[in-house]
Design a binder for this molecule. Sequence first.
Ligand SMILES: NC(=O)c1ccc[n+]([C@@H]2O[C@H](COP(=O)([O-])OP(=O)(O)OC[C@H]3O[C@@H](n4cnc5c(N)ncnc54)[C@H](O)[C@@H]3O)[C@@H](O)[C@H]2O)c1
Ligand SMILES: O=c1ccn([C@@H]2O[C@H](COP(=O)(O)OP(=O)(O)O[C@H]3O[C@H](CO)[C@H](O)[C@H](O)[C@H]3O)[C@@H](O)[C@H]2O)c(=O)[nH]1
Length: 328
Amino acid sequence: MNILVTGGAGYIGSHTVRALVNKKHRVVVLDNLSKGHPAAVKEIELVRGDTSDRQLLKRLLTGCNIEAVMHFAASSLVGESVRLPSDYYRNNVVNGLTLLDAAVEAGVRYFVFSSTAAVYGEPIEVPITENHPATPLNPYGATKLALEGAMRWYGEAYGLRYTSLRYFNAAGADPAGDIGEDHEPETHLIPLVMKAALGLIPQLEIFGDDYPTPDGTCVRDYIHVNDLADAHILALEAMAGGAGSNIYNLGNGNGYSVLEVIETAKAVTGSSIPVKYAARRAGDPAVLVAGSERIKDELGWRPAFPGLREIIETAWRWHSNHPGGYEK
Ligand SMILES: NC(=O)c1ccc[n+]([C@@H]2O[C@H](COP(=O)([O-])OP(=O)(O)OC[C@H]3O[C@@H](n4cnc5c(N)ncnc54)[C@H](O)[C@@H]3O)[C@@H](O)[C@H]2O)c1
Ligand SMILES: O=c1ccn([C@@H]2O[C@H](COP(=O)(O)OP(=O)(O)O[C@H]3O[C@H](CO)[C@H](O)[C@H](O)[C@H]3O)[C@@H](O)[C@H]2O)c(=O)[nH]1
């Protein structure tokens, strides 16, 4: 298939691009490079541009005979979204609608969307299934939920078929070790733990030790980035095979605390990881663990990296080989 991948030079997008190319799809990446890296998509057709540019979208979608869009491009930091809701609504909702409109106009058949566990808000029960109420606690989650709503009604009115994938905590890197997570600034736990192990930051701050969890630190469900990439391909294949629109959670169903992540990283890296306890971070739920049975049952998705240790091993390979990220 001819596939447009927005945000394809970013962390999850670049791993999915690799998986698509391995499956012999033709991929065009659209990325404004605000966070992405050309080196993450070497030898792939990369168009530097913005999802707000309707004319560019029209040219790409029709000129390249695009049949499917995978939409990763977004602003995705919870804390920043609380400070800058206007930016988040503009990039995630307004630009998302521009892309949906252009896709409908160009006759794109399938749309795969990067959604998030943040749509659920504070869970009332775990594991969180897709039927859990969606009451986001921050603008980031609210904007992702808003585009899911738009996709549903675009589906009804214009026949666009979509799959929304609600990822929990993406982590790890391709085992080849040549692509991985490189954000500036970095805010995610596992890459910061890797940087602390490498001595690139003096210590890791642990945000809160008084949560209602076994060791007092937050519990998350870490999912390998290549397992996310595989899910995108399964979603596309299912729609191409006649499946209707759907929403799926993506996690491993196992929760690990911040302290467990640090202990596992010490074992993997053989390095000490200096830590400092700090206040809770605003907007952090205590426990987020996915129920991902729906995608397993319906699409046959099976994670290749279900354990935290193997996820961190792949992250370590990337970070230790590229301590300064892609460009440095
Ligand atoms: N990382 C996670 O744990 C996680 C969890 C749940 C959902 N998600 C979602 O997955 C997607 C990818 O996340 P990521 O961690 O790879 O982020 P990322 O920042 O590495 O990738 C996003 C890419 O989109 C590009 N981009 C942003 N706005 C754009 C625009 N208007 N036009 C063109 N390009 C634009 C950026 O340059 C970047 O390369 C996002 O939609 C995010 O909300 C991520
Ligand atoms: O320096 C740090 C960084 C993080 N944490 C803690 O580690 C856990 C994981 O934090 P991340 O920032 O790595 O990930 P989040 O759970 O905040 O966010 C992820 O999951 C969200 C869903 O709730 C969104 O999808 C978001 O895009 C995605 O990155 C949290 O408890 C956080 O408080 C620390 O203690 N210290």
